[in-house]
Design a protein around this ligand. Structure first.
Ligand code: MTE
Length: 332
């Protein structure tokens, strides 16, 4: 709200009973189907499976047996982290989604008011083939992939999330950016009838985020439509959300209705609300403290001790080249 310093709320510790050290990853259903077809007992696949089983000893304790079997057989992809997946129950009840309110439990409590069908997405701006498309048609354009990514919130907590979706690059190539396209602007739904939090002016609505075009085209940059093999829950950004794993979580905008290619750097919600605290780039950087707290460590949801935060959230090898020559303290 104007005049008041916008800030993320405190992040209270979750009760330990809900945060077992060994988690029970439920695998993507689609991956199960794919792997069921692929499962020919090859050494490579078995090797991958054994790795998963030994890495996640608790995996057989809970969940649907078929799915867990598939998880055991699922080889990790080149973009996946092997770290333990955050339990679904926590990933879907401890959320930031200010359109529903500023409390961590507001999104799960109130997300029933969001209608995700029908849902139209516009892709326009500096492109040769602008399009206005229904979400189900949009989804049908791309084979769904799954990616197990770390997510680091600017508040100092983190999760490991198995997303289901498609690379943003695939969508952008389809609409053919023209030579003026330099940035990509993302806009979330603006509808106070469905989003009770939008009746308060805690942020300027709609929620807007942005990326440089080369960041948007990076193979890690993902549009998610599912989580842990299920349709994306409303509280996690249904029906379509951005996922940029090397940036603080606020860049990963939920419930996207418009993607606009632009010449100029878009003005983004948190950078407008508190420019000294939240930059456009927002690359995870343990060396640059937030003005009000350190970013050197993080609390992985489900763990008791804080762990060190890694530059670019552990994706430096894949993305550091995008920022060559840039002062990452100035461009934070
Ligand atoms: N997208 C919208 N539209 N509104 C929001 O308030 N919060 C962001 C991001 N995307 C937010 C959003 C923040 S601060 C974080 S940390 C992540 O969503 C949280 O994602 P999760 O709830 O799925 O873990």
């Amino acid at each position: 709200m104007p005049g008041m310093p916008p800030e993320f709320p405190e992040t209270p510790d979750l009760p330990d009973t809900e945060t077992p050290e060994t988690t029970n990853p439920v695998p993507p259903r689609r991956e199960f189907l794919k792997n069921a077809a692929l499962f020919t007992g090859t050494v490579a696949l078995l090797g991958g499976g054994l790795e998963v089983l030994t890495r996640r000893p608790g995996a057989l304790a809970e969940g649907e047996p078929g799915e867990l079997l598939a998880q055991a057989r699922r080889p990790l992809g080149p973009y996946d982290t092997s770290e333990a997946v955050t339990p679904y129950a926590q990933a879907t009840t401890y959320n930031n989604f200010y359109e529903f309110g500023t409390g961590k439990d507001d999104p799960a409590r109130l997300a029933g008011s969001l209608r995700t069908r029908p849902w139209t997405v516009i892709i326009d701006g500096e492109v040769k083939k602008p399009v206005k498309v229904d979400i189900d048609t949009l989804q049908s354009w791309f084979p769904l992939e799954d990616r197990i990514y770390r997510m680091r919130c600017v508040e100092g907590w983190s999760m490991v999330m198995p997303w289901l979706g498609f690379p943003l690059a695939a969508l952008l190539r389809r609409v053919e950016p023209n030579s003026h396209a330099k940035y990509v602007k993302f806009t979330a739904l603006d509808d106070p009838k469905q989003f009770p939090g939008q009746r308060s002016s805690v942020l300027d609505w709609p929620y807007v985020e942005g990326l440089r075009l080369d960041e948007a085209l990076h193979p890690l940059t993902f549009m998610a439509v599912g989580l842990q093999g299920r349709v994306l829950p409303n509280q996690n950004g249904a029906p379509l959300r951005l996922v940029v794993p090397w940036k603080y979580g606020f860049k990963s905008i939920k419930s996207v209705v418009r993607i606009t290619l632009t010449r100029e750097q878009p003005k983004t919600t948190w950078a407008l609300a508190a420019p000294d605290e939240y930059g456009f780039y927002a690359n995870v950087n343990p060396a640059v403290p937030h003005p009000r707290w350190s970013q050197a460590t993080e609390r992985r949801i489900g763990e008791l001790r804080r762990r060190p935060t890694l530059p670019f959230n552990g994706y430096a090898e894949q993305v550091a080249h995008l920022y060559k020559g840039m002062d990452l303290r100035r461009f934070f």
